[in-house]
Design a protein around this ligand. Structure first.
Ligand SMILES: [Zn+2]
Length: 304
């Protein structure tokens, strides 16, 4: 079980009082080191290249994040900061995704978790938004398709917010299945069941206070069977832990056990179709205790 991370991800400075703060990543990596001493293979992530990012993103977004070299923090929208060290963090976050795909495709049965920030699933082709600069999971999927020649990649997104950027990047691309559960109504406002792409998008919106039972039912009856039918050669996960009951930004009321349950089911599908190969990317999650216990439950199931 590989874990990719990089200290540069801590230097992305979103400003005082911002929910998407460096302490999130420290909480996750400390919890994993404490829970799984000696059993995780820790790797420092490389930088993604401009060409790897350009598979998912327009030149204008690459220029904005990589070439504007701000001397102080600027806000790209009311939520999304670009600080002097953000470009390096975003390159290492997307680079973790690339390196993790390369590693799991090189060796069947391998799984990888990328403990990185900024998160990615809200970033569209041309817009950084919702704390996200580059869409790392989309960069990973396109790397698997275009550099490794895979034909079918599935992305499972259980962050409490809809992965609008991932959906937008792939809604016309039948090589990718995107399935996800999220709270609705909630930021960013997309993710209705009626949004189906070219038949490759499956959204399971859940009302506030849904809790564990409704969450598990959505995955059991709709989302997991869709992955099973698609038979992906690689399974990617947008692992946001902000549906946890303690999270301050949402009200879906899950527990760490729910993340362990779902991850076990995803591992089962990866074993059936994808040679066991999973790459999971940290997305959201804004309560530090919830992040610790949820990431431990997720990785415990991934490494099994
Ligand atoms: Zn989120």
């Amino acid at each position: 079980m590989l874990v990719f991370t990089h200290p540069a991800c801590l230097a992305h400075d979103t400003g005082p009082g911002h929910a998407e703060r460096p302490e999130r990543l420290v909480a996750v990596t400390d919890a994993l080191r404490d829970a799984f001493p000696d059993v995780l293979d820790w790797r420092e992530s490389p930088r993604a290249t401009r060409d790897q990012l350009a598979r998912a993103h327009a030149p204008a977004l690459l220029q904005c994040v990589l070439d504007s070299t701000p001397t102080q923090r600027v806000m790209l929208d009311p939520d999304t900061a670009l600080s002097p060290d953000s470009a390096e963090a975003a390159l290492r976050a997307a680079g973790a995704a690339i390196a993790a795909v390369d590693a799991v495709l090189a060796s069947p049965g391998t799984r990888a978790f990328c403990a990185v920030r900024p998160p990615g699933h809200h970033a569209t082709t041309d817009t950084a938004m919702g704390f996200c600069l580059f869409n790392s999971v989309a960069v990973a999927a396109l790397h698997a398709l275009e550099a490794h020649g895979l034909a079918r990649v599935a992305i499972a997104d259980f962050d409490v917010h809809h992965g609008n950027g991932t959906q937008a990047i792939f809604e016309h691309d039948p090589r990718v299945l995107f399935v996800g559960s999220h709270q609705m109504p909630l930021y960013p406002g997309t993710g209705a069941e009626s949004e189906t792409g070219v038949g490759n998008i499956i959204n399971a919106p859940l009302p506030p206070d849904s809790g564990s039972e409704a969450f598990r039912a959505a995955w059991e009856t709709r989302l997991l069977p869709a992955i099973d039918a698609f038979a992906p050669q690689l399974l990617l996960v947008s692992a946001g832990f902000d549906a946890h009951a303690r999270d301050p930004l949402a009200q879906l009321r899950l527990s760490a056990d729910d993340y362990g349950w779902l991850t076990q089911r995803l591992v089962g599908l990866a074993n059936r179709h994808a040679g066991g190969r999973i790459v999971s990317m940290l997305e959201g999650g804004y309560d530090l205790a919830a992040l610790r216990e949820s990431s431990v439950a997720h990785v415990a199931a991934l490494k099994a």
